[in-house]
Design a protein around this ligand. Structure first.
Ligand SMILES: [Zn+2]
Ligand SMILES: [Zn+2]
Ligand SMILES: [Zn+2]
Length: 208
């Protein structure tokens, strides 16, 4: 009889625990989104951590137990699908992926579509795509070394045009604000280019 009572007590105890785990077991792990405590919940893939402020905060994390039975958060390696961010090449949703250099957006149709973008989070936690500035091709400026058009780029010292044949051709030229090529003037120390002397004589004839 005593044995049976013990069994029922144990059963009731387990039932309590089960009910508790339906609600979720509070942990001392703070949500990295809103700093409310995270709770352990059951999902189709087993236990996971969910923010206790759910549904206001939808932060959730996978975890595993370490050797001491402490909760160890497993940073999600699986790509996060962003249905709200269509690929601008094929309009399939983009996914957030991890690289060694951090998170980036990639097309979910990879490797069929290799569109990828860098992004950063704005203060509200929204994704802001960092548009890579496409170089402006200057069909009007042909590289005198290889005949390919030059492209405007921004460097540390301002705008310049570089040959689109880069890296085979490394021809670059400085340009002014209006995008006109600025020939480096042969002044004083600079050992003027091949055209140095010629330019000088032109200036002289202009003055006349
Ligand atoms: Zn939260
Ligand atoms: Zn795509
Ligand atoms: Zn060139």
């Amino acid at each position: 009889m005593e044995l049976l009572k013990g069994f029922y007590e144990g059963f009731a105890d387990r039932l309590d625990k089960a009910q508790e785990s339906m609600k979720g077991v509070e942990t001392n792990i703070a949500c990295d989104n809103c700093s409310a405590p995270m709770i352990i919940k059951w999902g189709k893939n087993g236990e996971f951590l969910s923010c206790s402020k759910y549904p206001e905060c939808k932060n959730a994390k996978a975890f595993e137990y370490d050797a001491e039975g402490e909760i160890l958060i497993v940073e999600r390696a699986a790509p996060v699908l962003r249905e709200d961010m269509p690929c601008d090449k094929c309009s399939a949703p983009m996914v957030i992926k991890q690289s060694r250099r951090g998170e980036f957006l990639a097309c979910s149709r990879y490797p069929d579509c290799k569109n990828a973008k860098a992004f950063e989070y704005d203060p509200d936690g929204n994704i802001k795509v960092i548009e890579k500035e496409e170089p402006l091709i200057r069909e009007d400026l042909k590289c005198e070394k290889c005949g390919k058009p030059m492209a405007e780029r921004k460097g540390r010292f301002g705008k310049f045009v570089g040959c689109t044949g880069y890296p085979k051709c490394r021809n670059i030229k400085n340009i002014d604000e209006k995008g006109n090529i600025v020939e480096s003037k042969p002044n004083g120390k600079a050992r003027g280019g091949k055209r140095g002397g010629k330019e000088e004589s032109e200036e002289v004839s202009d003055a006349n």
